[in-house]
Design a protein around this ligand. Structure first.
Ligand code: OAD
Length: 251
């Protein structure tokens, strides 16, 4: 059931399984770490740079205003990588967890669509997705395929610029997704925080400030910004720990 030494059973895992088994409402927050075993890089992992550019420089309104072509080149590369990647056992385990839960909400900071492709339904994409681009002026959206947005089509017919349909540093989260995520965190009995360094707000606050009386557990091989505030830090990889949890719930 726990195939990897990283994901070995312990009294705390037993308690987490017990809590999950009896939870009326479950809220899960994920970050880029859950997709690392699908071959996608995390944000603050090794390098943390694209070519010579810091991610914060590219993923911001200022970066886009400075050099829209550079920003689109980066997103087009990421978009192509997302489409080539496959959901891993961690993504599928969350879809299975949803199927056996009465009230389940998954909020992700990822824009890679892997949760959607793994079959998660009640999914809130807090930072948007790379499935669409939208005009900075008239807000019209267009779908993106695996080739992304051709650089000669950044200028929209209305005169505005097409931008990735995602949230950048310094921008507000989509209101509806945020409200639903905050409500779900507030009513949850158990919150799982998976594969995020929990340094980017407001998403990280869902597992702390917005958590009602929930038992909060994180699944992450490394310490995070909220490790000292959660009930349990399971130092394991998502693609090992999450399927192990689902298997334990099924016995
Ligand atoms: P980070 O790169 O900050 O954190 C990734 C986390 O995943 C780290 O804590 C790793 O230890 C952990 N991790 C790595 N491999 C893992 C594995 N196999 N299983 C579980 N955990 C693993 O990425 P995020 O927290 O997602 O926002 O970053 C949050 C936001 O910052 C992103 O959504 C993005 C970024 O700037 C915007 O672009 C607005």
């Amino acid at each position: 059931m726990f195939p990897n030494p990283d994901a070995k059973p312990s009294p705390q895992v037993d308690e987490l399984v017990h809590r999950l088994r009896h939870a009326r409402s479950l809220f899960v927050l994920t970050g880029s770490g859950i997709s690392s075993e699908s071959g996608l890089p995390t944000f603050r992992g090794v390098g943390g740079l694209w070519r010579t550019h810091r991610v914060e420089e590219l993923a911001s309104p200022e970066g886009f205003a400075r050099d829209p072509e550079l920003v689109w080149t980066w997103y087009n590369e990421r978009n192509a990588a997302h489409r080539k990647a496959r959901p891993n056992a961690g993504h599928y385990a969350l879809a299975q967890l949803e199927a056996r839960s009465r009230d389940f909400t998954l909020a992700t900071q990822n824009v890679d669509s892997l949760h959607l492709r793994a079959g998660s339904n009640n999914l809130l994409e807090l930072h948007g997705s790379l499935r669409t681009a939208r005009c900075t002026s008239c807000t019209q959206r267009r779908s993106l395929d695996s080739s992304g947005l051709p650089l000669d089509q950044i200028r929209h017919e209305c005169g505005g610029l097409m931008r990735p349909d995602i949230v950048w540093f310094g921008e507000a989260l989509p209101q509806d997704a945020w409200r639903r995520a905050a409500d779900a965190a507030g009513r949850a009995d158990v919150i799982l925080v998976v594969g995020t360094s929990a340094v980017v707000y407001p998403a990280a606050a869902l597992a702390t400030h917005f958590a009602g009386g929930a038992y909060v557990a994180e699944i992450n091989p490394e310490e995070t910004a909220i490790s000292d505030r959660v009930a349990y830090s399971w130092r394991a990889r998502a693609a090992e720990a999450l399927p192990a949890l689902v298997a334990a719930l099924e016995t």
